[in-house]
Design a protein around this ligand. Structure first.
Ligand SMILES: *Cc1c(COP(=O)(O)O)cnc(C)c1O
Length: 413
């Protein structure tokens, strides 16, 4: 069986009990299912099969090398959000024409690297950045392939911290200004305008903002076509949400149907930049209970060996993740605050959860932690980054070992 499910009363990833992995390499750790990653990649790819398209997996969601290589083997290209992610992509085996480079504050060094490599597109965020790219490209005697990131002033109806398409957000160039700007680019010898880029936010669970974003990209494309400017691609970004609490969210097919209903009139290649939709449900954070204590009002504190240093989303965005026991106890449910070990009161992974009272030493799994989980881990409190494991059917392997104290100090005097 692919994915996370109970075998009798024991939670397993594919055919491997989580307890077996935790026993072997300790906790906290991330466990990923190769089967889920494959299935979710293919589902999205097939949903768009009627139109020429390329999936540029958003590395920032999870860039552990083995996972990035797995996506490459599935046929994915990548979206890099920093110089570090570009280097990571190269080491994972991608070639520059498979890389798009996005980011609201690209440094001169990062831009120069992307220009010299000749990535498929630098998604430019402002008129000033386009000038700088032009300058760098002419200096190197080349032309940089650029796409203009537009800000369509669309509310993603997601969490404010992960909405990027409102005019009050720092991202992109207002749609009204973009046409004029693109016309002006013809005068720039260092630039080749190849596309329009849009990304209105993350964890979007209604179709309408995603459809409207595609429509905004199309509008600019047709204005530019009228001006005699030909593009190669329309990049509709990422943002498709997943269900963290079991409620229904749009499927890949519904998403594709909405986007393609807008874009099918163009012959242009469509670029997609999904991150969470592929990786989110493919990973869990496994932690061990280190203390259980009563709190006033009949509630309990369940203290784990994992917290905001392993999974920041609950503290950063108030994000909800289901938390389940790895071994189910047939006991009545109680109300627990499931907290981490950090010296911060915000270090709560789940408040007021109902579950059978865990015992010290039990394992729990924080579900849907595959995206924006391990990548946001930190060494706060001198904690080691967690180990990461990839399960494939009956086999599993460590794809990132737990940091040692020597790793932690390696960069210091
Ligand atoms: C973060 C990001 C993505 C991925 O977003 P998801 O919500 O994980 O799909 C795609 N494109 C850009 C430009 C991003 O910044």
């Amino acid at each position: 069986m692919t994915g996370f499910s109970y075998h009798d009363s024991t939670l397993a990833c594919d055919d491997v009990p989580l307890a077996e992995i935790a026993q072997a390499i300790g906790t906290p750790l991330y466990v990923y299912s190769a089967g889920i990653i494959q299935a979710r990649y293919r589902e999205l790819d097939e949903a768009f099969s009627s139109h020429r398209h390329t999936i540029h997996y958003a590395l920032k969601a999870n860039s552990t090398l083995a996972i990035v290589r797995l996506l490459r083997a599935l046929g994915s290209a990548v979206d890099a959000n920093s110089g570090g992610e570009i280097e990571l992509a190269l080491r994972a085996g991608f070639i520059p024409p498979q890389i798009v480079f996005t980011g609201v504050g690209k440094s001169p060094d990062e831009l120069a690297r992307a220009v010299v490599l000749g990535v498929k597109a630098i998604n430019a965020e402002s008129a000033g950045e386009l000038e700088r790219i032009d300058h760098i490209a002419r200096h190197h005697g080349t032309r940089a392939r650029v796409a203009v990131r537009i800000n369509p002033d669309i509310d993603a109806l997601s969490h404010p911290h992960i909405s990027t398409g409102l005019k009050t957000n720092k991202f992109g160039i207002p749609l009204e200004e973009a046409r004029q700007l693109c016309r002006g680019l013809r005068m720039h010898e260092g630039l080749e305008l190849v596309g329009v880029h849009i990304h209105v936010g993350s964890q979007i669970t209604t179709i309408e903002p995603l459809r409207r974003a595609a429509a905004a990209a199309l509008e600019l494309w047709s204005d530019l076509a009228a001006d005699g400017i030909r593009l190669e691609h329309l990049d509709v970004g990422g943002g498709l949400g997943i269900s963290y609490d079991g409620t229904l969210v749009p499927t890949a097919a519904e998403y594709a149907q909405a986007v393609l209903s807008v874009l099918e009139s163009t012959e242009l290649e469509v670029l997609l930049e999904p991150g969470r939709a592929i990786l989110g449900p493919a990973g869990v954070l496994v932690a061990r209970v280190v203390d259980v204590k009563p709190q006033p009002g009949g509630y309990w504190f369940v203290v784990l060996d994992a917290g905001m240093t392993e999974l920041l989303r609950p503290m950063l965005y108030g994000a909800y993740h289901r938390i389940v026991p790895a071994d189910h106890r047939p006991e009545p449910e109680v109300t627990c605050d499931i907290v981490g070990p950090l010296c911060e009161s915000s270090d709560t992974l789940g408040a007021e959860r109902r579950l059978p009272l865990p015992h010290v030493g039990d394992l729990v799994a924080v579900l849907d932690a595959g995206a924006y989980g391990s990548v946001m881990a930190s060494n706060y409190n001198r904690r080691s980054m967690p180990a990461e494991v990839l399960v494939d059917g009956t086999r599993w392997r460590v794809i990132r070992r737990r940091q040692t104290i020597d790793d932690l100090l390696a960069c210091e005097e």
